[in-house]
Design a protein around this ligand. Sequence first.
Ligand code: HXC
Ligand code: NAP
Length: 273
Amino acid sequence: MSLTLDFTGRNVVVVGGTSGINRGIAELFARHGARVAVASRKAEKVADTVAALEGHGAEAMGFVADVRDMGAVEAGLKTVHDAWGDFDVLVSGAAGNFPASVNGMSANAFRSVVDIDLMGTLHVMKASFPFLRKPGASVVNISAPQAFLPMPGQAHVSAAKAGVDMITRTLAIEWGAHGVRVNSVVPGPIGGTEGMARLAPTPEAIGKVAASVPLGRLGTPDDIGHACMFLGSDLGAYVSGAVLPVDGGWAQSGCGGMGAFLGKLVQQLEGQR
Ligand code: HXC
Ligand code: NAP
């Protein structure tokens, strides 16, 4: 068996791969030789990311799809499969988030996050299955600490991401027989991202979050990408059904009081309305 982080000749698809953490993951695979395809809702973000991937010397392509639309996801994944063949690594990370209490959001607001994060993951899983390399493919779903730690203003995200992790764990069983591994990666607070801008919207808040991480710093997209590369390579050949925090120990410390901080933020935001 070759134990290598060289992805030359491998096909990697990153759904929701056009900004933040997921784009960092896509770029890391591209820098390590993979062909990389990305997808999201906005054509200009897809085009910009494909250009960046090509800038790393990778073969790259992209498609526009809203993960809430199963047909669009199926059609887009088919274009990648038609061009390159079976997928070796699939990362599914499209997500939406905003801080709002259950009383402060409509049922539709709750549903929008569940539709993107949970139903979107289901659509990506179902649509990709025919195109995964069998045996050998590695699937990584991007989760969040809210999946196992409740925080005020995050009920919609918690419900959705807990569901994502249960899809991961169930598919590890169902797809194991096909030689397909399925894992979740749970990022901690990652600097410079949309997610952190929404939950910790001031430099002071960001500083407090960073100080609350046992390793004493925010994570980077590369930190998350390295875990995806491990899971996507032969180094992870016996890892399936794992829900892997990559967070500098943050979850073990109850996410450093993020819940209390978010409680105040939500009160403030909802008091202004
Ligand atoms: C209350 C809100 C709201 C808010 C939107 N809504 N923002 N309710 N407080 N701040 C409501 C709207 O009023 C509407 O309900 C419903 O949600 C859908 O809103 P739309 O704008 O029509 O939806 P859409 O255009 O589909 O956009 C989806 C979205 C948006 C989730 C609302 O924010 C988005 O596209 N986000 C993608 C980017 C993102 O969030 N990235 C961060 C991921 S980070 P009504 O009833 O009026 O119809 C992450 C974890 C971070 O996931 C963890 C850090 C530790
Ligand atoms: P981000 O930059 O907003 O990334 C979200 C990506 O998903 C974008 O490419 C976005 O592109 C796409 N997307 C959103 N809604 C979509 C939809 N309906 N259909 C298709 N694509 C869609 O956010 P991020 O902060 O880097 O977060 C990335 C992932 O990490 C998410 O799964 C998030 O839950 C998780 N996470 C983040 C943090 C953090 O610190 N940021 C912590 C824990 C977990 P378009 O706008 O073009 O659609």
